[in-house]
Every structure is written in C-alpha cells, then in structure tokens.
Design a protein around this ligand. Sequence first.
Ligand SMILES: NC(=O)c1ccc[n+]([C@@H]2O[C@H](COP(=O)([O-])OP(=O)(O)OC[C@H]3O[C@@H](n4cnc5c(N)ncnc54)[C@H](OP(=O)(O)O)[C@@H]3O)[C@@H](O)[C@H]2O)c1
Length: 241
Amino acid sequence: MESVFFITGSSRGIGKALAEAILAADEKNWVVGLSRTNSLEHERFVFVETDLSKEVSQVAVELFKQYQPKKKIVLVNNAGTLGQAAPMGKMDNAQLEQAFQVNISAAAVLMNEFIRAYAEGPAQPLILNISSGAGKYPVDGWSAYCASKAALDMLSEVAALEAQKKGNSLKVYSLAPGVVDTAMQGEIRNTSKEDFSRVEDFRKMKEEGILASPGQVANKILILLQQPERFEGVQQDVRHF
Ligand SMILES: NC(=O)c1ccc[n+]([C@@H]2O[C@H](COP(=O)([O-])OP(=O)(O)OC[C@H]3O[C@@H](n4cnc5c(N)ncnc54)[C@H](OP(=O)(O)O)[C@@H]3O)[C@@H](O)[C@H]2O)c1
C-alpha cells in the first residue's frame, strides 16, 4: 500500500465524492471510510462502521495500528452535522452535545491518535479538517455549528504550530468548502424562519443553481491533497483555489 486516506463521513456528500476522486486519481491510493452507513463499493475502499457521536478513541487506536503505507498517509475529518437549527434557550441538550461530539471532539481524538501513530513518518502525513465559513462569523440558529467549526480551525492551527516546533513533516489544513449541494444544504432549507432568519437566502441559492456539486469541490480538495506545497497557511477556502 503506497498511500492511505482515512475519510470520515464517506457515505454521502463531500466525503463520498472525495473518496471517489481519490480512488480514481491513482491506483495506488486506498481509502478507509468511517461513517454510520455506507454506499461505496470499490476494491481499494474499506468501510469502518463508526458512530462518531459515540466513543471513537478505541476505533482510532485500532485503526491506525493496521495501516503503514510507504508514501502518503492522510486523515480527512469531513463528517459534520448542522445539529438542531434553533436559538439557544430553545435547543435540546442531547442534540447540542451530539453536534460538538461529531464536529469537534471526534475530530480532535482522531487527530491525536493519527499524530501519535504517523507524525514521525515514514509516509508523508497530512491532516485536512473540513471546516466552514460559518466558523468565522456568527449565524443565528447555528450556535453549535459555528462554535464547533471555529474550534476546528483553532485545533488545526495548534496542531500545525506543534508540528512546526517539533520539526516533523506533518501538514495540517482547515478548509471551508463553500456552499455545496448536499443533504446538509437540504436540511438548512427545511429550517423554519423563526429558528434561522437567513433560511430564504439558502432557498434562493438553490433556486438560482449557484451551489457547487460535491464532485466539483472534491476535485479542488484533491489539488490540496496532491500538492500541499502550493498552499501556504492552515486555513483555506476552496473559493480561493
Ligand atoms: N454542504 C455545504 O454547503 C457545506 C458548507 C460548509 C461546510 N460543510 C462541511 O462539509 C462536511 C461534509 O458535509 P456535507 O455537506 O457533505 O454533509 P452531508 O451530506 O450531510 O454528509 C455528512 C456526512 O457525515 C457523516 N456523519 C454525520 N454524523 C455522523 C456520525 N454521528 N458518525 C459518523 N458519521 C457521521 C454522514 O454519514 P452517516 O450519516 O452515514 O453516518 C455523512 O457521510 C461537513 O463537515 C460540513 O460541516 C458543508
């Protein structure tokens, strides 16, 4: 095995399109997908059924023991949930906790174990966290989503700084993918105006056909994964590629 890409949320949307793009790009690429369900069949794809809102620590330890590629080892923390779109004071606490668990706690645990297992080589290690523009400004109704994506950006910054101080070759990025036509966008459009004041803007974007397809975004992400030396700085946005 030359190169292995672990991708969370590989069952649909951006994660699935990225897995397909990576498998098509090079016949030496393997993809290990982690999500609760699976819709991808390929001879170089391995599915690991995982609920990231539950205990991920043991899954990570066991998983990273199994793969020792020679060339490239990549972790893409892509799985994410909008959570319950509603103002604070109206939210269900269990759903609030679950959004943080999937969007930030699971990603942090996976990064911790990935760095422990792979930061010192021999394969070139890279971590890509799929963040959001919503981590950079407040959006009413999206408290857990905005806060967990802001945390993901900072987690990435700290990991990159630590790698630089240690002098190891680990690269870390936090990437905003733009507005992409996935199930998550469908969920956003189904929110009530009372819970999310900007819902009409999102309905309009869909009507006007300005959402990117998951495949288009996956092809842009692939450029970063294949040529990281072209990307300076931790926080990236596919709209600037
Ligand atoms: N679409 C956009 O416009 C947009 C914009 C900015 C950022 N993003 C970010 O891009 C990433 C991908 O989003 P998407 O739009 O492709 O969303 P999506 O179509 O809703 O897909 C979400 C993925 O995450 C997985 N997932 C969710 N909860 C999980 C859990 N508890 N355990 C394991 N896997 C879980 C899902 O798999 P299962 O359901 O099979 O578990 C699915 O594969 C997310 O981090 C999102 O925040 C998207």
